[in-house]
Write a protein that binds this ligand. Structure first.
Ligand code: DC
Length: 220
């Protein structure tokens, strides 16, 4: 079958990456976790003590940042940072950094380049609105903030990181706010995206809902 693009957008903790990974396996697609790319840029700022509040400082170092994804590993300037990009320290600063136009331009170019000539599922915030406005299927995943915070706490726990529910909930609400009110490519459901609420769905049920949409809209 011809190549196609599936855009899976939604707020933090809506289940995008868990679901996208399973769908990619089931349908034999390339999976591109675009949030991880923004996290790599954020990690660079953290490790190099860049005062990112000043956009000029970020723009000045962007050319020094090499972002690669090799065999599902996230590689920042030749170092595997797959674990480092998931820490609460990175999570706390990634939203403001991803709001910077020059950062987005660099990463969106890369996302389009990686997706060329493939069957791809990308998860993010702006895939259906900006990166691939002509995607073959657009899904917008939502879930209540409390449910999303609960999932994040469990997620951290499985990585041996202890974070309390209220802190994570506050962080999620803050990120929702920054992501959806920023000037550049805000988090927003594309007009032609199909909304799937996963608040009361487990992973298998969520995967089933999206698999059905793929079969309906794309076939296969
Ligand atoms: O999905 P995530 O939590 O790993 O995303 C990390 C941050 O990156 C999130 O706060 C918003 C930003 N992001 C974005 O602006 N655009 C994307 N396509 C993906 C993520």
């Amino acid at each position: 079958m011809k190549n196609y693009i599936i855009a899976l957008d939604g707020p933090a903790g809506s289940g995008k990456s868990t679901i996208a990974k399973i769908i990619a396996k089931d349908f034999n697609l390339t999976y591109l976790d675009t949030g991880a790319m923004y996290r790599m840029v954020a990690l660079y700022m953290l490790e190099n003590n860049i005062a990112f509040e000043n956009i000029k400082n970020v723009e000045n170092v962007l050319d020094n940042i090499k972002v690669d994804i090799i065999n599902d590993k996230f590689i920042l300037n030749d170092e595997d940072v797959s674990l480092k990009i998931r820490t609460p320290e990175v999570t706390k600063i990634v939203s403001p950094i991803s709001a910077i136009k020059a950062v987005r331009t660099k990463l969106v170019d890369l996302q389009r380049e990686i997706s060329k000539g493939k069957k791809v599922i990308l998860d993010g915030r702006d895939i259906g609105t900006v990166v691939f406005p002509n995607a073959d299927l657009k899904v917008f995943l939502v879930a209540s903030p409390e449910e999303r915070a609960k999932r994040r706490v469990n997620d951290y726990a499985s990585k041996g990181i202890q974070e309390d529910f209220q802190t994570v909930l506050k962080d999620i609400l803050e990120r929702d706010h920054i992501d959806s009110t920023r000037k550049e490519s805000p988090l927003k459901k594309a007009d032609d995206a199909i909304e799937v609420d996963t608040s009361f769905l487990n992973i298998e049920e969520s995967v089933k809902a999206i698999s059905d949409l793929i079969k309906d809209k794309i076939g296969g």
